[in-house]
Design a protein around this ligand. Structure first.
Ligand code: NI
Length: 187
């Protein structure tokens, strides 16, 4: 499967900052797009990808996370969805590390709801309702943000929560504070 070019924030392409359009009908063409997004996500590699990240302003996401977060190389759960919407959020919020294929090299400790309920349309056009928690809930919140033009640096509580990772001689990863301007100021 051919992969797609990933739009990065440094290009200034407005597609990453645009609210994406809802999908009215999941055509064969859009199903092929979802498959190409899966191939692109796996090659990157990443755990999620939203259509605006491949230059298409439509409400489509793919997410693939480990069934057991303690076993990263094990079985995965793959979602290919249109019009995903968060219909419930847990009150509890937790911070954890995120990165984004559209912002290579930047990391952030991002607060996210620890559980969410997502309603969407699957590839057969049927409505689905997903009860998600932990890492999977985090990835869905990140990808659904992309559909509204929101990037993870918008969600951190301060610039001190953004950093790069550098590998030291002993192989350990060291956090290097992010010093540049925010990708884009947006509430
Ligand atoms: Ni992203």
């Amino acid at each position: 499967m051919a992969t797609l070019n990933i739009v990065t924030a440094d290009t200034g392409d407005p597609v990453l900052r645009t609210r994406a359009a809802p999908v009215r009908k999941l055509t064969g063409e859009l199903r092929r797009l979802l498959d190409a997004m899966v191939a692109t996500m796996r090659e990157a590699p990443g755990v999620g990808l939203a259509a605006p990240q491949v230059g298409i302003s439509m409400r489509l996401i793919v997410v693939e996370t480990p069934v057991d977060p303690e076993e990263p190389g094990g079985d995965t759960r793959l979602h290919k969805l249109a019009n995903p919407e968060i219909v419930w959020r847990a009150d509890e919020v937790a911070e954890d590390q995120e990165a984004c294929l559209s912002i290579p090299g930047l990391y952030g400790d991002v607060p996210r709801h620890t559980a969410v309920q997502v309603e969407a349309m699957d590839v057969s056009g049927r409505p689905v309702s997903l009860a998600l928690d932990g890492f999977e809930a985090r990835v869905f919140q990140h990808e659904i943000d992309h559909l509204d033009g929101v990037l993870f640096p918008d969600r951190v509580t301060g610039i001190g929560k953004l950093y790069h990772l550098e590998q030291e001689d002993d192989g350990e990863l060291r956090r290097v504070p992010y010093r540049g301007p925010r990708v884009s100021a947006r509430a």
